[in-house]
Design a protein around this ligand. Structure first.
Ligand code: HEM
Length: 412
């Protein structure tokens, strides 16, 4: 037990199942809080909405891990162990302008809202096929059977990974997630496999371009400049890992929040049955704010001495913006601990803010709304199976998501 005014213990199993009381304490008592992470690295946690928003857009906070004062051992601090050794470091989340501006402009030419909109029927088909796979059983693990395969097959299709290779991708991605907070060997091996595969696929698409995103990335040019092969591989990799576990968690955390708030769920279900769209659209944003997939924004490092929320930060110090805490800040959101699917004043930070704002937000919205709409429409009496206290959350630092979500429903 903590003394009433002592800082709460962070990063324990208890904290992982419900971090929000600890974040409320930090927002109130130590809004820019220095802590030792489970890895032993010391970092500042920023928990108030106004400070978080400012920090996310502060150009003195670099995304390049070379600015980390303690990064002497050459270990990657981005949460994807093995990434540096596999030479996939030159991706958007690890670089600053002007390189970031150049790469983001190039990828934006290929990964357009139109490409995402055209992909809607395929996402619907994937959601229906996955539900067909377990609908007759009356029970399922929604993470394993639905939330996990949906985004991996979706991103593979979008990138242009041939169907016969997609199960390999699914296995490698599963390894990355299972071992994300644990032994590093498995992750490093998966990253290496993905790297080798992507290099070969990019090479193939260069010779035989198609209508897919990889071919689009290769074709994209800005003032005569193209992505190098290494940049293209790193771009595919960041699209894969930034778009995969996040979407699993959006579906998993979202469905879990709905099952725990029967009144809100009933409203959403009625609106879906009535063929309305509005509550689904505001609702998906509220699910992101209420219990979003990305608990902490990715690493930032002070390039010079600076102040956040009155706290001095030394050059080289790592800063982690706690999106989950900022999005429950009562100074910004009315009744922040209440799930209100029709909330309109909802400028949450679930997709970040500033130049690193989520590139995949339109795809995430498409996948999230399709998944939740299809589940509630096709399995209207979906309910949690077993005791919620038995649910376990995955242990990584950046992401927040359930390991399993057992549910039951009338089979058909
Ligand atoms: C619900 C799902 C998602 C959530 C909550 C989410 C959240 C975020 C957040 C918070 C950031 C900013 C991180 C930071 O500043 O430290 C980000 C960046 C990014 N996201 Fe997403 N994301 C989601 C889905 C996706 C998808 C589906 C893709 C692509 C397939 C994607 C691709 C990216 C990329 C490439 C970046 C880096 C952008 C940059 O640095 O310029 N995300 N995302």
């Amino acid at each position: 037990m903590n003394a009433p005014n002592a800082a709460p213990e962070l990063f324990t199993w208890e904290f992982a199942s419900d971090p929000y009381p600890a974040y409320a304490w930090l927002r109130e008592n130590s809004p820019v809080h220095r802590t030792k992470l489970p890895s032993g690295v010391e970092a500042w946690l920023v928990t108030r909405y106004a400070d978080a928003r400012q920090a996310l857009a502060d150009s003195r906070l670099s995304k390049n891990p070379e600015h980390h004062a303690e990064d002497a051992q050459g270990k990657s601090k981005t949460g994807i162990p093995g990434e540096r050794s596999a030479n996939l470091m030159t991706h958007l989340l690890n670089i600053d302008p002007p390189d970031h501006t150049r790469l983001r402009r190039l990828v934006s030419k290929a990964f357009t809202p139109r490409r995402v909109a055209e992909f809607a029927p395929r996402v619907q088909e994937l959601a229906d096929d996955l539900i067909d796979g377990f609908a007759s059983q009356g029970r399922a693990d929604l993470i394993h059977d639905f939330a996990f395969p949906l985004p991996i097959y979706a991103i593979c299709d979008l990138l242009g990974v041939p169907p016969e290779d997609q199960d390999d991708f699914r296995d490698w991605a599963g390894m990355m997630i299972r071992h994300g907070g644990g032994p590093r060997g498995g992750v490093a091996r998966s990253v290496k496999k993905i790297r080798g595969y992507l290099a070969e696929l990019i090479h193939r698409k260069r010779n035989e371009p198609g209508d897919d995103l990889i071919s689009g990335l290769i074709r994209a040019s800005d003032h005569g400049e193209h992505l190098t092969e290494n940049e293209a591989a790193a771009m595919c990799f960041v699209l894969l890992f930034a778009g995969f576990e996040t979407t699993i968690n959006l579906i998993g955390n979202g469905v879990y929040a709905l099952l725990g708030n029967p009144e809100q769920r009933a409203r959403l279900q009625a609106s879906i049955e009535g063929g309305e769209r509005e509550l689904l659209d505001t609702g998906i944003e509220e699910l992101l704010r209420y219990d979003g997939p990305v608990e902490l924004a990715t690493w930032r490092f002070a390039t010079e001495p600076l102040t956040i929320g009155g706290q001095s930060i030394a050059a080289g110090d790592p800063v982690l913006v706690v999106l989950a805490a900022a999005d429950r800040d009562p100074a910004r959101f009315a009744e922040p601990d209440t799930l209100d699917l029709s909330r309109r004043d909802n400028q949450h930070l679930g997709y970040g803010h500033g130049i690193h704002y989520c590139l995949g937000a339109p795809l995430a919205r498409l996948e999230g709304t399709t998944a939740i709409e299809t589940l509630l429409r096709r399995l209207p009496d979906l309910s949690l199976s077993g005791d919620p206290a038995d649910l376990r959350w995955r242990g990584g630092l950046i992401m927040r998501g359930l390991r399993t979500l057992p549910v039951e429903f009338t089979p058909h």
